[in-house]
Design a protein around this ligand. Structure first.
Ligand code: BES
Ligand code: MN
Ligand code: ZN
Length: 498
């Protein structure tokens, strides 16, 4: 699929479907539709009927039953102009694209004249482009009888030549961010028999080669040399050996002192280990590398869009399996950071892999800020559902940047408290820490466990167990991985540019 900009004077109605975005007070006569009077009459009829009022979410396709373009008019309602948000635009464009993609239409035209002045034009175009890319995604590579996607081009039609620079900037950013999201979704959707720790490291390397960041992969022997004891305990039952994936991007070589560290949970499968999961909860556990997918996706966008920040990303990739070599509930294990941990539950494995990745990124990669992202707790689903990512942090200013980033991409976040009382819950009688804090406040205690290893660095912990997966096709999402975190982390790092 190609996204491109076209000047209205040189390009008239070549798309098979013409998108017409409307607000609730839009008058048809004010829309520069460049259509013949008979067609305009048809549209006016629908417009004046009860079917379409330009309300937010209203969507009406008008088939003109002819060979000439446009063959269809898609009316896209955006609601009240004064209530306009980029997110409404993203969702409504996505819904319209999905509807158009079901028709035989291969090309879409969208005139942006009534949108371009609502807020910064490059942001409008970025949002539209992102929506188009995300809405056309479907994970169907394992289906034998798949129909090829019909949509071939999306044309953004502009009026004034001086808009072109912003438009092309917006298209470029939107496509890159959409693709970052889609890469993350695909990695999550790949089943664990196809994507184990080694394959995940290969995908990271491919992404690095394509977009221009450096990737270093450590095998089991090197991980042992690094003394990543907690990570190795989780990994050791599986016949598929672990990999430590390190991705580096030097976006601000003048400022070597500031390095943003991203850590993604990379459990390519989580059976629970000896504290085995019920089989119904196990089915979706190929998605337990959603944090890794997010950081890999984010790195592609950070690099391609040349963000002016040094970033290093780390994934401790492994499988949590069962065998004679499994670590056990009751074991006391070590960690790269030196603290000992009493294992109460082998299903609380994510935090064990994450703490060693955090220690590694601080000690070996000299990260000055740490952001970890993980499908960490079922408890975050109880607390926030599938709508918002749960956040634990030790730094207000870093959380502010995350909130700004969240507003731009509409990946919602919510901060949880970190009172000292919660920290008491993860202290062990016989070791420094225990890996489970009890039945209550599970998302907080899991986050604070990781916080024990962040060495006072400004730190954010993002629990995406609720947001990384969706059970339904909706606006720009499709069943399976949502790619949560890829766009969010990009915008976060972008906020940290000086
Ligand atoms: N990967 C799971 C968390 C999860 C649950 C992700 C549901 C996506 C959907 C994690 O490793 C886990 O098993 N957490 C346990 C922790 C508990 C044993 C302290 C949980 O949430 O039950
Ligand atoms: Mn688990
Ligand atoms: Zn897990």
């Amino acid at each position: 699929m190609i996204l491109q900009s076209k000047n209205i004077k040189l390009y008239k109605n070549k798309g098979q479907t013409k998108f017409v975005t409307c607000f609730d007070d839009t008058q048809l006569d004010n829309l520069n539709l460049t259509l013949d009077s008979e067609t305009l009459h048809k549209i006016k009829f629908i417009f004046d009927s009860e079917n379409f009022n330009g309300n937010n979410g209203d969507l009406q396709n008008i088939n003109l039953f002819r060979d000439e373009c446009p063959q269809n008019i898609m009316l896209v309602g955006l609601g009240k102009k004064e209530d306009f948000t980029l997110d409404k635009l993203r969702k409504n464009i996505a819904k319209a694209v999905k509807k158009a993609a079901k028709s035989p239409s291969k090309s879409i035209d969208l005139n942006i004249e009534n949108l371009i002045n609502l807020t910064k034009s490059d942001e409008i175009i970025r949002t539209i482009s992102e929506a188009v890319v995300m809405a056309t995604y479907k994970f169907n590579k394992y289906k034998s009888d798949v129909k090829v996607p019909t949509l071939e081009e999306f044309n953004i039609i502009y009026t004034h030549e001086n808009q072109l620079e912003d438009i092309n900037k917006g298209i470029n950013e939107g496509v890159i961010l959409g693709q970052a999201n889609i890469l993350a979704r695909t990695l999550v959707n790949e089943p664990a028999n196809m994507l184990g720790p080694i394959e995940l490291s290969i995908e990271a390397k491919k992404a690095g080669d394509k977009s221009g960041f450096e990737v270093e992969i450590f095998d089991e022997a090197s991980i042992k040399e690094l003394n990543m004891q907690a990570f190795l305990q989780v990994a050791k039952a599986s016949i598929n050996p672990p990999r430590l994936i390190v991705m580096r991007y030097n976006g601000n070589p003048e400022n070597k002192e500031e390095i943003v560290g991203l850590v993604g949970k990379g459990l390519t499968y989580d059976s629970g280990g000896l504290s085995i999961k019920p089989s119904t909860s196990m089915v979706s556990m190929k998605s337990d590398m959603g944090g890794a997918a997010a950081v890999i996706g984010a790195m592609t966008a950070i690099t391609k869009l040349k963000v002016n920040v040094n970033v290093v990303a780390v994934v401790a990739a492994c499988e949590n399996m069962i065998s004679g070599k499994s670590y056990r509930p009751g074991d006391i294990i070590g960690s790269m950071g030196g603290k000992t941990i009493e294992v109460l539950n082998t299903d609380a494995e994510g935090r064990l892999t994450l703490i060693d990745a955090v220690t590694y990124i601080i000690e070996k990669e000299h990260a000055t800020k740490v952001v970890d992202i993980a499908t960490l707790t079922g408890a975050v689903l109880s607390a926030l559902g599938t709508t918002a990512t749960g956040v634990i942090t030790n730094n207000d200013s870093l959380y502010n940047s995350l909130e700004q980033a969240s507003k731009i991409c509409d990946e919602k976040v919510w901060r949880l408290p970190t009172f000292d009382e919660y920290k008491e819950l993860i202290k062990s009688d016989i070791a420094d820490l225990k890996n489970q804090g009890g039945r209550n406040a599970g998302t907080i205690t899991a986050g604070l466990f990781i916080g024990e290893f962040t060495e006072e660095k400004p730190w954010l912990h993002l629990d995406i167990a609720g947001t990384s997966w969706t059970g339904r096709d909706n606006h720009y999402e499709s069943k399976g991985g949502t790619g949560a975190g890829a766009r969010l982390l990009y915008h976060l790092v972008k906020q940290l540019e000086n």
